[in-house]
Design a protein around this ligand. Structure first.
Ligand code: ZN
Length: 264
């Protein structure tokens, strides 16, 4: 790459030009990129380089100032859709200005927010998309799959899985096991807090139940569940499942002089 950072020959300095142009960058899409793009010179042409703010993303978009589309946001938007997800971009477009989008959407999502955001938005949709998932969507789908179907999180490294996912689209991004493990913890913590809040604020009767059993390998377990009605639908939730030292049958607990009728 032939990049030379010598000062431009025009009267206006490149920094002053950048400040002038920035005033017109009102599209919320700019919120997903570093606030001040780098200025580079390539074969005498000046360009602004926009760097994506997503954690771990190395994408940069170079916009030459001597072309007609020097203010086009097409490529910037295309990448945000792929990297952050179409839903996030749609929400950002509703923001009043770049500052608001940067603060309320991008700022909140930069850490672990992206995965919980996508989780909340994805509820209740069961359909197969014609396009491949964004990175955030892939992470959500993998957390769902691993937790709901009880797969080990290292399954993402499984050669057979990789073969199925990458055939026909070798660039398809699959998160490393460490990301999957971290995402599961984040989602667990959020769900835990959400369920706790839901139960605390629930206006009505909550019914708790327990079940105990011994697994075929002689390990004893106890489960606690809660049952209630939410939006006219019966809801059952597993609250905890723990291993105990021993599970005794009920007839062993009742003293021999008490018959079943007496207990009832
Ligand atoms: Zn990106």
């Amino acid at each position: 790459m032939d990049v030379d950072r010598a000062a431009p020959s025009d009267d206006e300095s490149s920094e002053a030009e950048l400040e002038r142009l920035k005033a017109d960058w009102t599209s919320p899409v700019y919120a997903f990129y570093k606030a001040t793009p780098d200025i580079v010179y390539e074969k005498g042409r000046r360009a602004h380089v926009f760097a994506c703010l997503a954690k771990g993303c190395k994408y940069t978009c170079r916009r030459y100032l001597d072309t007609g589309d020097s203010s086009s946001t097409g490529n910037l938007r295309r990448h945000v859709r792929k990297c952050w997800g179409a839903e996030v971009l749609k929400d950002a477009d509703q923001a009043a200005n770049v500052a608001e989008a940067r603060e309320s959407i991008v700022g909140g999502l930069k850490k672990d927010g992206l995965i919980t955001y996508s989780f909340e938005r994805k509820k209740g949709t069961v359909s197969y998309s014609h396009r491949t998932h964004s990175r955030a969507e892939t992470r959500v789908e993998i957390v769902k799959w691993v937790t709901q179907s009880m797969r080990p999180h290292v399954i993402v490294k499984d050669p057979g899985f990789q073969m199925l996912m990458k055939t026909g689209r070798p660039g398809y991004w699959i998160p490393p096991p460490s990301t999957v493990a971290r995402d599961i913890r984040v989602i667990y913590k959020k769900s835990h807090a959400k369920v706790a809040r839901l139960l605390r604020e629930y206006d009505g009767a909550l019914s708790f139940a327990t079940d105990t059993w011994t697994s075929p390998n002689h390990r004893a377990f106890i489960a606690v569940t809660v049952h209630f009605v939410l939006n006219e639908e019966p809801v059952s939730m597993l609250l905890d499942l723990l291993e105990v030292t021993e599970v005794r049958r009920i007839e062993q607990v009742i003293p021999p002089y008490m018959c079943a009728e007496c207990v009832l």
